[in-house]
Design a protein around this ligand. Structure first.
Ligand code: PMP
Length: 374
């Protein structure tokens, strides 16, 4: 007898490995200090929190579907054309909109090995084929990406700085990548962590998005602005690219409260600067502490983001360090599913948290050395 008929998902949908979010509880259910999702350890701007609370007066109303106030605030701060700004439920949605508007079955989308885990999801969701470019010691390798381009390539996704490696491709490299791509290929430069780059240098991405017809830059309020809960992301590109993406956007993808908080956060430059300075200081400190454990096989991949990828190539394995940190109440990100069974991605926390994580790793290194010797 035939099996009863039932709805069948598109075959490419079943090839998606579901997104794995950062954990906030230990294996035995204890609430832990969460350094697994690259959130802002200093919280949220007080001005943003006040704006969010005030929005509770209007819960019965739909948000402004055209995001006018948010676009105008962003345009003013960054010197952009508000008509060329797209926004979405986190920059995740903007990345999905790019794939949805510019690729489909039979097309190829390129991203790097150890790239952001939403790219494969966004690629497969539209039926396109992922093409993974090899890395160069965990960093983005422009020549390897260009070598992956075929006549089917429609999009290249690059996060700069990259997640989960924290590595940064310099302006000249991004310019070389752009110059090497056919003009019909959309280059998506994901700037989720761009505000954390030392010295406030930039990779020239926004300038390319302003001037080139095939570059989309995406940004987020989830990291530096401490508003991950409210899911506000945005992007900038040519009017044609933005117009195509708007056609498939959910009409009310950003909320009134989130928008109000985001606009207030843009104005709180003291909080933004405090976050940036804090991160730079403790990122450097933490990398130095890991360097001291170099003879035990630990290595910090150079990071320009708000996290550090630590590689474990000695007696202490990444898995054992992950469990040891969890036992001590700290959750970081172990990434065996992303080809990094030997790596932990650790968000830069508060001073106390960062010092504690370094101390726990020192202890775990010593324990592993003792048990190897014993
Ligand atoms: N891009 C990168 C590289 C990220 O790491 C993240 C967050 N994990 C995002 C985009 C999406 O962030 P959001 O949707 O919160 O804007």
């Amino acid at each position: 007898m035939n099996a009863p008929a039932k709805p069948r998902p598109m075959p490419w949908i079943m090839e998606i490995a579901p997104y794995v979010p950062g954990r906030s509880k230990t294996d035995d259910g204890r609430k832990a200090i969460k350094l697994s999702s690259n959130e802002n350890p200093l919280g949220t701007s007080p001005a943003a929190r006040a704006a969010f609370a005030a929005a509770a007066d209007n819960l019965e109303r739909y948000p402004d579907a055209s995001g006018t106030e948010l676009r105008e605030a962003l345009a003013q701060l960054h010197g952009l054309d508000p008509a060329r700004i797209i926004y979405g439920n986190g920059s995740d949605e903007v990345l999905h909109l790019a794939a949805g508007a510019f690729a489909g079955p039979g097309d190829e989308i390129i991203y790097v090995n150890y790239g952001f885990s939403v790219y494969p999801i966004a690629t497969r969701r539209v039926g396109a084929t992922p093409v993974v470019a090899p890395d160069s010691d965990y960093a983005t390798d422009v020549d390897a990406i260009l070598a992956c381009v075929s006549e089917k390539t429609r999009i290249v996704f690059i996060a700069n700085p990259n997640n989960p490696t924290g590595t940064y491709a310099a302006r000249e490299e991004i310019a070389r990548l752009h110059a090497g791509l056919r003009p019909d290929i959309l280059l998506v430069l994901d700037h989720a962590y761009a505000e954390y780059i030392e010295g406030k240098i930039d990779d020239g991405g926004m300038e390319l998005a302003r001037t080139a017809p095939n570059v989309l830059v995406t940004r987020t309020f989830s990291k530096l602005y401490g508003l991950a809960a409210e899911r506000i992301g945005w992007g900038y590109a040519s009017a044609e690219i933005i117009e195509a993406m708007h056609r498939i956007r959910l009409p009310f993808s950003i909320t009134i409260a989130g928008t109000a908080a985001a606009i207030a956060a843009l104005g709180d430059t003291a909080f933004v600067e405090h976050t940036r300075t804090h991160n730079a200081k403790w990122r450097r400190w933490f990398a130095d502490e890991i360097a001291k454990l170099g003879n035990a096989g630990l290595r910090a991949v150079p990071s320009q983001a708000n996290f550090i990828l630590v590689l474990f190539e000695g007696a202490l394995t990444a898995e054992a360090a992950y469990k040891g940190l969890m036992d001590a109440g700290y959750i970081v990100r172990w990434l065996p599913g992303q080809g990094l069974p030997h790596g932990l991605r650790i968000t830069i926390g508060t001073e106390d948290e960062t010092r504690a994580v370094a101390g726990i790793l020192q202890r775990l290194v010593a324990d592993a050395r003792d048990s190897a010797a014993g």
